[in-house]
Design a protein around this ligand. Sequence first.
Ligand SMILES: Cc1cc2nc3c(=O)[nH]c(=O)nc-3n(C[C@H](O)[C@H](O)[C@H](O)COP(=O)(O)OP(=O)(O)OC[C@H]3O[C@@H](n4cnc5c(N)ncnc54)[C@H](O)[C@@H]3O)c2cc1C
Length: 397
Amino acid sequence: MATTLPALEDALWFDLSADQKAILGPLKDFLRSEVAPGARERDETGVFPMALVKQLGELGVMGMQVPEAYGGAELDTATMALIIEEIAAVDGSLCLTVASHNSLCTGHIVLAGNEAQKRAYLPALATAEKLGAWGLTEPGSGSDAAGMRTRAEDRGDHFVISGSKIFITQGTVGGTYVILARTDDPRPGKSAADGISAFVVPGDAPGLVRGKPEEKLGLHASDTTPLTFEDLVVPAENLLGVRGEAFRDVMAVLDGGRIGIGAMGIGLGRAALEIAAKYALEREQFGRPIAHNQGVSFKIAEMATELEAARLLVLKAAALKDAGRPFTMAAAQAKLKGSVAGVRACDHAIQILGGYGYIREYEVERLWRDARLTRIGEGTDEIQHLIIAREYLRRFR
Ligand SMILES: Cc1cc2nc3c(=O)[nH]c(=O)nc-3n(C[C@H](O)[C@H](O)[C@H](O)COP(=O)(O)OP(=O)(O)OC[C@H]3O[C@@H](n4cnc5c(N)ncnc54)[C@H](O)[C@@H]3O)c2cc1C
């Protein structure tokens, strides 16, 4: 079965604007002609598609929310979410590369960088001349990210970073890294998040040691690598944001990133839905298409409805972010719904395809494997529940 490219417009209830068409049109052509044909092979080889990523830079997709003054496309968040959904529907690995590069490393510099840092790092990130990696998670601290042990010691005109990070997307192929490290102990009365700082680290900095890329369940052509910092020297001017207060920026970066991960789940689920729908109409058992059985068609109904509901949440969170209004809860809801609906759609698709669903050629197993990450990365389902409950209950306190 050939890789499908479901139409985004079919899934939307509004017409794309002229600006959205201007970026999505060439992107879709590129996805159809250059990305789709090799997606399965890349899943098998795990080779990072550097040439494709560079071409995405030319299409304006690697600096989606970078201001035009620094060479970016300065897109609104809804357009970014639609682009991420579209890429996910074709190649989950490439989608994670794009989503993480834009939202995490690049997004952090856009959010917290000073003028000199923005001029120094954003143009190369926006064109994909350099890929961005963002190091928060450590072997001993994931959901409880403030429990990090990596330290940056102040030596006057520079800091010396020692410690390690794990599961870093673009960890091997990155050219610019944003690394979180503790510079100070928490001040009395403050939470464990106090005292954490962010640094921009060039990929060729001595002491930045890349480990062996991880072997993963899915997203094989996305690079996930542990990092070790062996007395990594970083000039003081590379401190990103306010010393000791980076965790607030981390939370804001993750809020934005979660909109993208929700969109990624929807894109993967949408591809699975389309494959399952076509299959259910073609496959005959007991003398009629299997789609004629409610046990099958109701799954299609559920997939279509849940994905649609998730897209509404993604676009709501995007609208709130662009309006400058609080969007933490909406982003957590969008991420939770998008990822759960995406994984469930992929699982239903495997079921609808029966034995064929379990066979690589039919693609839905790859979609499921790729989608599964969306329930873990940038905060697990459980952490999204914690955030949603905290934000909701806040109204009554
Ligand atoms: C492919 C991939 C790419 C990634 N890319 C990056 C990256 O680029 N940069 C980066 O910094 N990190 C990255 N991560 C890390 C990712 O964000 C973490 O794996 C994730 O936040 C979960 O942390 P953990 O793996 O340590 O799990 P843990 O925090 O140990 O959680 C284990 C389980 O316990 C649950 N749990 C933990 N605390 C609670 C609680 N209070 N209440 C209820 N349940 C709880 C979790 O939900 C989970 O089910 C990546 C991970 C993967 C797999």
